[in-house]
Design a protein around this ligand. Structure first.
Ligand SMILES: Nc1ncnc2c1ncn2[C@@H]1O[C@H](COP(=O)(O)OP(=O)(O)O)[C@@H](O)[C@H]1O
Ligand SMILES: [Mg+2]
Length: 174
């Protein structure tokens, strides 16, 4: 996959049911996945992104290099963003134009709720779009209870354990 231009190489459609990604699991509020590659994590993000609506917030946790930005790229792709999604480490917030605004926050450098507010975090959370927050543990007090939580752990080289909790609508086909 061309990381900076997924549109050119993602084998799955982001529109409608045709050629959808394989179904991503099941069962209520807590779902877990193991991915084996950047592409698999991207496609999981694509599935998750398809379930999000305006006002949705995704809070991502996991160490540097876990795949948070990779998952966010898949989510953004599902939401109609065509430009490359990169880590907003220095700017703190990126805003992308998809079907509606997608705000992508890197909270690594934020020390708490006041810092988050000062950086424009509140506008991003309630700005009528979807808000994706990397290093969400740094600003957890500012996030709404409705947020979907994604925790990524690095297991063997190339493998990621991804635990998603909250109401996502991710489910199996049956
Ligand atoms: N299963 C996997 N899922 C996602 N990324 C992976 C995986 N295996 C290896 N990688 C690599 O890990 C890195 C993840 O980077 P990135 O998404 O920027 O992480 P983060 O935003 O959590 O710091 C990329 O270099 C990617 O190629
Ligand atoms: Mg990142």
């Amino acid at each position: 996959m061309n990381v900076l231009n997924p549109k050119a190489s993602c084998p799955y459609s982001r529109d409608g049911a045709q050629n959808s990604p394989p179904p991503h699991v099941a069962g209520g509020q807590n779902v877990s996945f193991t991915t084996d590659s950047y592409e698999e994590t991207f496609v999981l993000g694509l599935s998750l992104g398809k379930t999000l609506k305006k006002g949705g917030v995704v809070a991502l946790e996991g160490p540097l290099g876990a795949g948070k930005t990779c998952l966010c790229s898949g989510i953004c792709y599902a939401l109609g963003v065509d430009e490359p999604v990169t880590s907003p480490t220095y700017t703190i917030i990126h805003e992308y134009e998809g079907r509606f605004p997608v705000y992508h926050i890197d909270a690594y450098r934020l020390s708490g709720p006041e810092d988050f507010e000062g950086a424009g975090g509140v506008e991003a959370l309630y700005g009528g779009g979807v808000c994706l927050v990397e290093w969400a543990e740094r600003v957890s007090a500012s996030l709404p209870p409705s947020a979907v939580h994604v925790k990524i752990a690095i297991s063997d080289a190339g493998k990621r354990e991804i635990h998603i909790s909250g109401s996502t609508g991710l489910r199996t086909e049956n």
